[in-house]
Design a protein around this ligand. Structure first.
Ligand code: ASP
Length: 325
């Protein structure tokens, strides 16, 4: 039924002809964020929306459709009219959901058109401010003693925080109690309120909280330390004894499958010029993000990258043995 509807939408688009395409866009474009407001995906999409307004020449608005590790919002875009007015900004969860979810209602990458990868984002291991340990070594010992009594917040199965948490538990060889949220925006609120103990969160969301001493930071998950002032003295997990630990998140922009090539070209061109916006560059770099400028900013390069990441993470997920329906 869904497929029939989608074919009908494509047919209508084709028959309404090239005039509409040539004019695209003539009304606001929506960026669907598959996580709650207040988290990194939301922040990145809002910054991008602002930078896209100039090149697109219309309003670009953000809609949060959080839940189930990003799969609810992704399914919404996979089913949307392929007319260039509903797009998805999603992270690594795009590549991991097919391995994690037994009943995923969309196919990756087949149900999407790739518009370009936009950035790479390191994460940090952070804890509530009242947590006793003051270094990663102390945290490690404390986790060993407290194990499943410790709560680890994440943004749902397949979210970046969940994946990073899985890697951390596997590297430490222990199992904590996971608490799922609809995004790390609400999870961060609970961490700052002292209601959960730990989270593996993108630097994007953590920097202001680390600066304000509202959370404790224990380590950076990327192979290299970060250059940003709030985190430059924070050791990597690799330096702290978890040899080879390297988890980075990435974000990309997607359109529903069947979006006309002329619209895709306009969108990719707009995306490339948005990523050169000096304000966007400043804001993203201040949060530890690296903007993509290589071939992954092209639809073909983006697609290839998603396919590679899908294979890489399928292995990690099957080793962890955690699945969702
Ligand atoms: N950072 C979240 C994650 O762990 C998503 C979000 O809320 O932006 O995937």
């Amino acid at each position: 039924m869904k497929m029939v509807l989608k074919s009908l939408m494509v047919a209508v688009l084709v028959t309404t002809g090239s005039a509409a395409l040539a004019d695209y866009p003539t009304k606001p474009v929506t960026l669907v964020v598959p996580f709650a407001a207040g988290g990194p995906s939301d922040k990145i999409a809002r910054d991008l929306a602002e930078a896209l307004r100039g090149p697109m020449g219309v309003a670009v608005v953000v809609e949060n459709a959080g839940g189930a590790g990003g799969t609810i919002g992704s399914a919404k875009v996979a089913r949307a009219a392929p007319d260039g007015y509903t797009l998805l900004v999603h992270h690594i969860g795009m590549a991991t959901a097919p391995s994690l979810y037994r009943k995923l209602s969309y196919k990756v990458p087949d149900d999407f058109e790739m518009l370009g990868l936009i950035n790479e984002a390191p994460s940090v291991v952070i804890g509530k401010s009242s947590l006793a340990p003051n270094s990663f070594a102390e945290l490690r010992a404390w986790l060993k003693d407290n194990g499943s009594k410790v709560n680890l917040a994440h943004a749902g199965l397949g979210s970046a925080s969940h994946l990073c948490g899985l890697m951390l538990q596997s590297a430490l060889n222990l199992k904590l109690t996971a608490i799922a949220y609809k995004g790390t925006g609400p999870a961060m609120t609970d961490l700052m309120g002292g209601n959960v103990d730990l989270m593996c969160e993108q630097a994007t969301n953590a920097v202001p909280q680390v600066e304000g001493k509202r959370v404790k930071v224990y380590g950076v998950t990327s192979a290299q330390r970060l250059a940003i002032p709030a985190l430059k003295d924070t050791p990597t997990l690799d330096e702290s004894g978890l040899k080879g630990f390297d988890v980075q998140v990435w974000h990309g922009v997607y359109a529903p499958k069947g979006t006309p090539p002329a619209v895709l070209t306009k969108l990719n061109t707009a995306l490339r010029s948005a990523l050169k916006d000096p304000q966007l560059i400043l804001r993203q770099e201040a949060l530890g993000l690296t903007l993509v400028s290589d071939d992954r900013l092209s639809p073909g390069g983006h697609r290839k990258f998603v396919e590679q990441e899908k294979v890489r993470w399928a292995k990690v997920i099957s080793e962890a043995g955690e699945y969702a329906d």
